[in-house]
Write a new protein. Structure first.
Length: 353
């Protein structure tokens, strides 16, 4: 065992705070004009404490340079280091905050407001556009707390800020196949609410296999919309689908029953080359960004040619789209230029037949 090294730590001479000023009063002049020094008993205490700490770490088998165990965090989200995640993913149940920044209690007997799915998603998009910063204690200008449960409370237009432990009281449990835009996926860790609890808004399926969906969520550093694997990146089995009790159906919501409200259904009539729904070759390729690309991608997934997607198909043409189309074309027995990965009318006809 190496001999302990004694090191004297002097309080800053130019700091006049109580923490530095008071200890200097008890220091005695050191020999040879070295200024002030700590009493021997103090130095011994420092060494004894350091030695005991090193012994405790070694006893754990981790060695003197071992890192301390990581604290419990909220679910890991892509693009965010684990150390930046909050230890508590949300604040407690609280009233809305008014323009003065102070709590504004809801009127007595306030009831749940009726709201359509389209309104829920539109409200959710307002925070995405504003990139509302994540906070467990701050409140946005609309009075809702800037955390995951406050975000859902805002989207559902609730009369108060709920938390993951109370959102279930204003919603009904549903099944995975019943999910529609505006519903939520909720994980409340009742035994330890500060570990893992989180909630996201379901925005619609991104593929025909229902293995991925668009999630609207409030997470560090700010609100986002992201294609997400079902049910979530971590603790997937613990996320449960819920539907707000105040949701009302509109004609627009009815068209989104399949859970793809952000993308209109394929056209029914002839569009190009006499092929129903085919929008023309110009809609696909580098730089293309339109709903037809999304329809194409989702059909590729439904037909079993979506292996190249690392996230759900989207409106912007990508190499994953081209490779998926090429795989489908080759499955038809085509080679060379007939299997270039760009959908012509015959590719479209066979893919959607």
């Amino acid at each position: 065992m190496e001999a302990p090294v004694f090191e004297e730590i002097e309080p800053a001479g130019d700091c006049d705070c109580a923490g530095c000023r008071d200890p200097r009063r008890g220091l005695a002049p050191s020999p040879a004009g070295r200024g002030l020094t700590r009493p021997a008993a103090y130095r011994a205490l420092v060494v004894a404490t350091a030695t005991a700490s090193a012994t405790a770490v070694s006893a754990l088998g981790a060695g003197p340079a071992a890192a301390l165990p990581a604290a419990a965090h909220a679910p890991l989200r892509p693009g965010l280091p684990a150390a930046d995640e909050p230890g508590t993913p949300q604040g407690p149940r609280a009233p809305l905050h008014g323009a003065t920044g102070r709590p504004a209690a809801p009127p007595a007997g306030a009831e749940l407001a009726g709201i359509t799915r389209t309104e829920i998603i539109d409200r959710a998009k307002t925070w995405v556009s504003a990139k509302v910063p994540y906070s467990m204690t701050a409140y946005w200008s609309d009075g809702y707390r800037q955390d995951c449960s406050g975000y859902v409370s805002m989207a559902w237009k609730l009369p108060a800020n709920e938390w993951t432990g109370s959102l279930g009281t204003v919603a009904d449990r549903i099944t995975k196949e019943e999910l529609q835009p505006g519903d939520i996926l909720l994980f409340h860790n009742a035994s330890d609410p500060e570990s893992g609890s989180h909630v996201v808004i379901f925005g619609g399926w991104t593929d025909g296999t229902h293995s991925g969906y668009t999630a609207y969520e409030q997470t560090p550093p700010h609100t986002r919309k992201l294609d997400t694997p079902y049910a979530y990146w971590s603790n997937s089995a613990k996320y449960l689908p819920y539907r707000y009790k105040g949701v009302t159906e509109s004609q627009a919501d009815q068209s989104g029953k399949a859970g793809t409200a952000d993308v209109p259904p394929p056209a029914a009539g002839p569009a190009s080359h006499g092929v129903a729904g085919y929008p023309g070759r110009a809609m696909f390729g580098p730089g293309a960004d339109n709903p037809h690309v999304t329809r194409l991608g989702r059909q590729l997934v439904a037909k079993g040619f979506g292996a190249h997607y690392t996230r759900g198909p989207g409106p912007r043409w990508s190499e994953a789209d081209r490779r998926g189309v090429q795989a489908f074309q080759r499955a038809q027995g085509w080679r060379g230029g007939a299997a270039d990965g760009h959908p012509g009318p015959e590719t479209w006809r066979r893919l959607f037949s």
